[in-house]
Design a binder for this molecule. Structure first.
Ligand code: AHM
Ligand code: MG
Length: 349
């Protein structure tokens, strides 16, 4: 019989990789795992909304029903509050930072940035949604944590992960030493190591982009989409188009099968749609750790300067060679880059 390794056991085992670690990060990851299980329970009941009460209504116990994304936000924040290892949370659901000012948390070392329920427009239709989180070490010396603690470049992340609430629920995370995936076994209520040392294939045949916005895409993206659709047996083209509309689910699939996910600048989202701090950076950290690549079409996501909590960015992320090819197409429409980095090679095709 195969031995089961739970997330908790794995985290403790990995603590040995950091000889001076005092267990704070381990406890923080554990807290996030606990909140994920609570959110999972609620996400799985979403289809029962008609029976249990819609958001805004009052349930049988007299409690007000909340929208799931608000519920998820509250669960993660309260797990971090009571865990004591996080002094500040930055969430997609909150305009401003949430300071955790309790006796135990005030001096805590870590900051968590989180998108508690990404792809929430998919909840009503029983399609996969996810949570994305990113952990930074606080850099301000004392007092209340501030802007400088959250607005760090993605390269400074200590850990990042996502939870996918799908046909089964998985937690995938990295602390900068590879990526590991855990599947929730509902019979024992534990995340169990199911995908050790995850690697994304260097090449893939899946491209994920909302093609409905095609006419609003930059020329480089249009050129790349056309490239994906051309018949060419040598490179396994045409590629397959797959787009769920939940970044976590789209990226999780592409990580396992090989593929690229693109959310470019568009006419209606001229700075991009996805947020740098709690969507792009954590996903970029995970994908790079799995051997893939993430850029905004020109520059590495993890090195982008962060100036605002809810800053947006374009993102090209996934299998290394697919992202490189897409970047080459982008460079075709940026003469400086073409000459400097790519010598115009792709543009001649
Ligand atoms: P959300 O944070 O409001 O849920 O939006 C983020 C989601 C991503 O998961 C997904 O990739 C994208 O928005 C889909 O956007 P679109 O419907 O424009 O394709
Ligand atoms: Mg989101």
């Amino acid at each position: 019989m195969k031995a089961v390794k739970t997330l908790g056991q794995f985290i403790i085992e990995k603590q040995a990789d950091f000889p001076y670690a005092k267990g704070e990060l381990s406890r923080l990851l554990r807290d996030l795992g606990i909140a994920a299980k609570i959110v999972n329970r609620e996400v799985n009941k979403a289809g029962l909304a008609d029976i249990l009460g819609e958001a805004g209504s009052v349930n049988i116990q007299g409690e007000e029903q909340k929208k799931l994304d608000i519920y998820a936000n509250e669960q993660f924040i309260s797990a971090l509050k009571y865990g004591g290892e996080c002094c500040m949370v930055a969430s997609e659901e909150n305009e401003d930072y949430i300071h955790i000012d309790s006796e135990i948390s005030r001096e805590a070392k870590y900051i968590v940035a989180i998108d508690p329920l990404d792809g929430s427009s998919n909840i009503d239709v029983n399609v996969g949604v996810g949570t994305i989180f990113s952990i930074y070490r606080r850099i301000s010396a004392s007092g209340k944590a501030n802007d400088s603690d959250v607005l760090q470049r993605g390269t400074e992340q200590v850990a990042a992960g996502y939870i996918i609430y799908g046909s089964s629920t998985m937690l995938v995370y990295t602390t900068g030493k590879g990526v590991n995936g855990f599947t929730l076994d509902p019979s024992i209520g534990e995340f169990c190591l199911s995908h050790p040392n995850m690697c994304i294939p260097d090449d893939g045949v899946i491209y994920s982009i909302n093609e409905g916005y095609y006419t609003h895409f930059p020329d480089g993206v249009k050129k790349y989409i056309k490239y994906c659709q051309v018949e060419d047996a040598k490179t396994n083209r045409p590629y397959t188009s797959r787009y769920i509309g939940s970044m976590v689910a789209d990226l999780h699939r592409n990580m396992i099968k090989g593929g690229i996910f693109i959310y470019p600048l568009t006419a209606s989202a001229p700075k991009g749609k996805l947020r740098l701090v709690y969507e792009c950076n954590p996903m970029a950290f995970i994908i790079e750790q799995a051997g893939g690549k993430a850029s905004n079409g020109y520059d590495r996501i993890l090195e982008l300067e962060v100036t605002e909590l809810h800053q947006r960015s374009a993102i090209f992320i996934g299998s290394k060679n697919m992202v490189i090819k897409a970047e080459e197409m982008m460079a075709c429409f940026s003469p400086q880059l073409t000459r400097k980095n790519f010598e115009g090679e792709t543009c001649l095709q």
